[in-house]
Write a protein that binds this ligand. Structure first.
Ligand SMILES: Nc1ncnc2c1ncn2[C@@H]1O[C@H](COP(=O)(O)OP(=O)(O)OP(=O)(O)O)[C@@H](O)[C@H]1O
Ligand SMILES: [Mg+2]
Length: 224
């Protein structure tokens, strides 16, 4: 599904060179659930962003479903992101001025899949039911708990039916009980066929993934 070959990423800021990733090789197969662990600054978010084409590598190649994405235009890349990837972040990235339903519907406004407003609403309601938020659809973001915010963010990521869900510390702002609930939700989505790649600091949650990657200093040091 996704193949990274010899990926490196160097950031240059004020003459300071940071090698965030060095010689990364990784296959993400359909149906995988991959967890990524490692110390702060070891390159986990950078790797996730490169897998999701939110950032480009300094060297190396990435293929998605057999297509090398290295020469794609910005327009092609944003289409690829919208069609194939769903993103979840530690701090949810929900829009405060919109209610839950509106937040979840938002990605469909940019989708090439042109549904009517009624169809989008139906789909959003169905996904909110799946994540257990049916009773909170009209709530604004400030009226939700952390776990509910993350559920809303997952629903928003899922509305475009992404093939792969990329989650950067999705439980990082939640207590362990809520973290477990979100993990169970991600495991359920994976069972339904969505591929998941998740960065986490929680070894207990990481061990529930099918594949566990450990990183250190920009390199993958263990894959099991
Ligand atoms: N936009 C950027 N410009 C310059 N350096 C960056 C940038 N983004 C990340 N880095 C550097 O690249 C390295 C890897 O950062 P990254 O965010 O991937 O780490 P991480 O493993 O996700 O850490 P954390 O667990 O703290 O989130 C760090 O040394 C960081 O300072
Ligand atoms: Mg990070």
């Amino acid at each position: 599904m996704i193949e990274l070959k010899d990926i490196s990423k160097v950031f240059m800021t004020d003459e300071i060179k940071t090698c965030a990733l060095t010689g990364i090789n990784l296959h993400v197969e359909k149906g995988d659930f991959i967890s990524i662990m490692g110390p702060s600054g070891c390159g986990k978010s950078t790797l996730l962003n490169i897998i999701g084409h939110l950032d480009t590598p300094t060297s190396g190649t990435i293929t998605v479903d057999g297509v090398d994405t290295g020469n794609m235009t910005d327009r092609e890349l944003s289409r690829l992101r919208n069609e194939k990837f769903g993103f979840i972040f530690q701090s949810f990235h929900l829009i405060q001025g919109l209610n839950v339903l509106q937040n979840v519907e938002l990605p469909m406004l940019y989708s090439r899949e042109k549904l009517s407003h009624k169809e989008i609403r139906e789909r959003a309601k169905m996904i909110l039911e799946k994540v257990g938020l049916s009773s909170r659809m009209k709530h604004y973001v400030s009226q939700l708990s952390g776990g509910q915010c993350q559920r809303a963010a997952i629903a928003r990521a899922m509305i475009t039916h992404p093939h792969i869900l990329l989650a950067d510390e999705p439980t990082g702002n939640l207590d362990s009980r809520m973290g477990k609930e979100i993990m169970d939700l991600l495991l359920g989505l994976n069972m339904d066929g969505t591929t998941v790649v998740m960065v986490t600091h929680d070894a207990r949650l990481a061990s529930e993934a099918k594949t566990c990657i450990t990183m250190n200093d920009g390199e993958i040091t263990d894959l099991s």
